[in-house]
Design a protein around this ligand. Structure first.
Ligand code: NAI
Ligand code: CS2
Length: 487
């Protein structure tokens, strides 16, 4: 447990009166990213500007972290790690913490229905929205959605939970809260609104109408590389702190948060602590999702297959480094609606961030949930190039890399632990198709990922098969090298 009294003097602690904080925000998904991003911004605001916006943190799945947080007075450490420096601060902006299973979902709904709550935000990963990745619509066959339709008072899914709380507030005559997604999805506010309204439409048309009229869903672009903690990282940190912090998180120094300024019941002045409040987030989101996350996924699949454990290991291979930059500049940048940004300089800044060796960001971690990530990271740009008849060799290679990866066996014949909400479907596709064109066809036929247009594109089958075959016969390292030397 973190021992605040034993911390070395140089570690920054909350130098503000935590008792004056009010629980005005409920955050769902107390994962690594939230702890290093939104919580930091609100902590800075409290420390530097006397803000009273505090968080009630909620995890719906696992209770361990919430329990650990409670045991250390709702405090934890965040360490910013650069190649040659690190800096730790204690985050103090949390006022309460709940676990959906241990405390019960009613306790969570009750917390969301307190009069002072003005914002419900979340980082629940893409799969938490129970949507169809290709269309952004609610997946009515999702088991949690099926459950929530039958049991709206005791929801299991994120959309079901938020809907139940909005409904309860409305019945109590309380003003609505704003619902803010901080997950890596394009137009994440619209996706969130879509799934909640579509769920409401299946229960109560008047409630759906109320949400459309009264509740706001600001979109956000969020950026900070925050890898999952490892035992080695916890151990090293404990050595520096003098005690072990099971809630600790480590992040790169870079921070960006662009927020659509559309809050129905007020918001913290996050702009005073480094966030940008704008009227339209889309150009920022698209740029980040395609250039950063698109190249991350490319490096994750190809890098994993090539035997590179971390993104920084990929950067030490000049061909992978060049491929990531070329993907950004030559194939992603042309598809963007972003204006007034030097996209080459942006690409260089991303490469410099990937080179941070203090950040141990595993290719395997980024490779998880590919079915939820591919559409916005690689496929939207691929569509753009197919309709413009322009060069998109690296995008194709990235998709073929995913196809090879979900095959479940690496280049040394070892099993790959494929983690994905569509894992069973992917495994069935793989088991029922031969290596090569048949495999490509089977995977491309997953319309919830590829949509009807890509699934039915014969030319795409041929081009992806060529990439796939090359990966199978020559391996990822040689393939990327060949791509970059012939380019
Ligand atoms: P994490 O694994 O540490 O935390 C995931 C959180 O999501 C946990 O609180 C978990 O309880 C919750 N969750 C997972 N599945 C859920 C479901 N079906 N329903 C409700 N809650 C669910 O992951 P981390 O690093 O916090 O990332 C979370 C998300 O934040 C990412 O998927 C991404 O969208 C976004 N993000 C992450 C960044 C990073 O570098 N880690 C940077 C930018 C955005
Ligand atoms: C990564 C992102 O895990 C992933 O899929 O691509 O979490 C990435 O680290 C962040 O979006 C950076 O802001």
């Amino acid at each position: 447990m973190l021992q605040i009294d034993r911390l070395p003097a140089e570690i920054q602690r909350p130098a503000y009166d935590r008792a004056q904080l009010k629980t005005r925000m409920v955050h769902i998904g107390f994962g690594a990213f939230h702890r290093a991003h939104q919580a930091l911004c609100s902590d800075k605001l409290a420390a530097e500007h006397g803000s009273d916006w505090g968080y009630c943190e909620v995890n719906l799945n696992s209770g361990e972290l919430i329990q650990a947080l409670r045991e250390q007075q709702l405090l934890y450490t965040l360490t910013e790690m650069a190649n040659d420096s690190l800096q730790t601060r204690v985050i103090g902006v949390i006022t309460a913490a709940l676990h959906g299973k241990g405390d019960g979902i009613e306790a969570v709904i009750n917390a969301m229905c307190q009069p002072e709550v003005a914002i419900v935000s979340m980082t629940v990963t893409e799969k938490g929205y129970c949507h169809q990745p290709a269309s952004g619509n609610l997946n009515p066959d999702h088991p949690d959605i099926v459950h929530d339709l039958d049991n709206p008072q005791t929801p299991r899914s994120l959309p079901g939970l938020i809907l139940a709380a909005i409904n309860r507030r409305r019945q109590l005559g309380l003003p609505p809260f704003s619902v803010m997604s901080c997950d890596n999805m394009p137009e994440n506010g619209h996706v969130t609104r879509n799934v909640i309204v579509q769920l409401a439409q299946r229960q109560d048309a008047a409630l759906a109408e109320y949400i459309q009229q009264q509740v706001t869903f600001p979109s956000t672009m969020v950026d900070r590389i925050v890898p999952a903690m490892t035992e080695a990282a916890f151990d090293a940190l404990a050595g520096r702190l003098g005690s072990r912090d099971p809630v600790a998180v480590e992040a790169e120094p870079f921070f960006q948060w662009v927020i659509e300024d559309n809050f129905v019941s007020g918001r913290p002045a996050w702009e005073k602590a480094g966030a940008e409040l704008v009227s339209d987030v889309l150009p920022y989101e698209e740029m980040k999702l395609r250039m950063l996350n698109g190249s991350h996924s490319f490096l994750a699949y190809l890098g994993y297959l090539a035997g590179y454990q971390h993104i920084s290991d990929c950067m030490a291979d000049p061909h992978f480094r060049a491929a990531a930059r070329s993907l950004m500049v030559d194939e992603q940048a042309p598809t963007l609606r972003t204006q007034g940004v030097d996209l080459e300089a942006y690409a260089d800044s991303l490469i410099a961030r990937y080179e941070n060796r203090a950040i141990k960001h595993r290719t395997w971690q980024i490779a998880t949930d590919g079915s939820q990530k591919l559409p916005q990271r690689l496929l939207d740009s691929l569509r753009w190039h197919l309709s413009n008849n322009s060069r998109c060799e690296l995008l194709l290679l990235g998709v073929a890399g995913w196809m090879r990866y979900v095959g479940g066996t690496d280049e040394q014949g070892q099993p790959i632990e494929v983690r994905d909400p569509l894992k069973t479907t992917l495994a069935e596709c793989v088991a029922s198709s031969e290596e090569g064109e048949a495999r490509v066809r089977a995977l491309l036929g997953l319309r919830q990922i590829f949509g009807d247009d890509l699934a039915d594109n014969a030319d795409l089958v041929a081009r992806l098969t060529a990439c796939y075959q090359q990966l199978t016969t020559q391996g990822a390292r040689a393939t990327v090298q060949q791509y970059m030397t012939r380019a």
